[in-house]
Design a protein around this ligand. Structure first.
Ligand code: SPD
Length: 285
């Protein structure tokens, strides 16, 4: 690494979340500005339109929490859909399951996939060459609208924060379409933003999914460099089985392969809703 290191900050509501390093890629795609920064302590970091998406050292806090509560609870999970996830981290976690036979990854921005394959090889790992992975460069909203009913066992929404092109992925219309294309016992998992820095959108996701599905539950944990640090993931399903109960023959090897998630971590994180939020939610009932 050369000496010409610079600080790059995500600025969110008068707070800065910064990393210092060398820019190794900077590109303006059709959709957004993409920066990859090489840092000393967090490895390579991906920023899209001024927001940190992931870092080599921090990504497991996010990807493991998004994928494993959902996939470990499915008896059968042959067909999976990832919306977003162009860095490959979510696909990598999904492909740990032998029961996953087919994985569609739908990413709107081809440049994110290309730059991630080139510079963030640790994040996608072997998933890019896994025959079960089908990369589709397409708009996730349209993809879901064009898919047959009862098609996927799990849908995993690994989207950016709300923006001109990502807003649709936080709408009732989108979640209703997701529900339609999920199989009967299928599960939806989505990153659901920060209850601290993005409380309004967090609550919107919480209530939309709660009102649309028979079961829903939100898990809270920490992601380094995301605004405020505290982050959330919400899971929803119409399953008749016990919701989010582990149901997976490979559970021991999955737990061993993880650095953050395990069943006890999940049990605790599903109870971590901050009191002030719990109070606020109860006033809506
Ligand atoms: N504030 C950042 C929210 C981004 C969520 N998606 C991250 C993509 C990592 N695969």
């Amino acid at each position: 690494m050369t000496k010409n290191k610079i600080w790059i900050d995500e600025i969110c509501k008068n707070s800065r979340y910064g990393l210092r390093g060398n820019i190794i890629a900077k590109h303006q795609s059709k959709f957004q500005e993409i920066i990859i920064l090489e840092t000393k302590d967090y490895g390579k970091a991906l920023m899209l339109d001024g927001c940190w998406m992931t870092t080599d050292q921090g990504e497991k806090y996010y990807h493991e929490c998004l994928v494993h509560p959902a996939l470990s609870s499915l008896k059968k999970s042959s067909k999976i859909l990832i919306i977003g996830g162009g860095d490959g981290g979510t696909a990598r976690e999904c492909l740990k399951y032998k029961k996953v036979h087919y994985l569609d990854l739908v990413e709107i921005d081809e440049e994110v996939v290309n730059l991630s394959k080139k510079y963030l090889a640790n994040i996608g790992g072997t998933s890019w060459s896994d025959k079960r992975l089908n990369i589709n460069i397409d708009d996730g909203f349209q993809w879901v609208k064009n898919t047959h009913s009862n098609y996927y066992d799990a849908i995993i929404i690994d989207c950016s924060d709300p923006s001109d092109f990502a807003n649709k992925l936080f709408s009732l219309e989108f979640y209703t379409e997701c529900k339609r294309i999920l199989k009967k016992n299928g599960i939806l998992a989505t990153q659901s933003e920060s209850p601290e820095s993005f409380k309004e959108i967090h609550l919107k996701i919480y209530f939309l999914l709660k009102n649309l599905f028979k079961n829903s539950s939100t898990m809270y944990s920490f992601v380094p460099f995301y605004p405020s640090g505290i982050w959330s993931w919400t899971f929803a399903s119409d399953t008749e089985d016990e919701f989010l109960k582990q149901n997976c023959k490979e559970i021991n090897s999955i737990e061993k392969s993880c650095e953050i998630w395990n069943l006890k971590f999940q049990e605790g994180a599903l109870k971590m809703m901050p009191t002030k939020l719990r109070r606020e939610i109860s006033t809506f009932k």
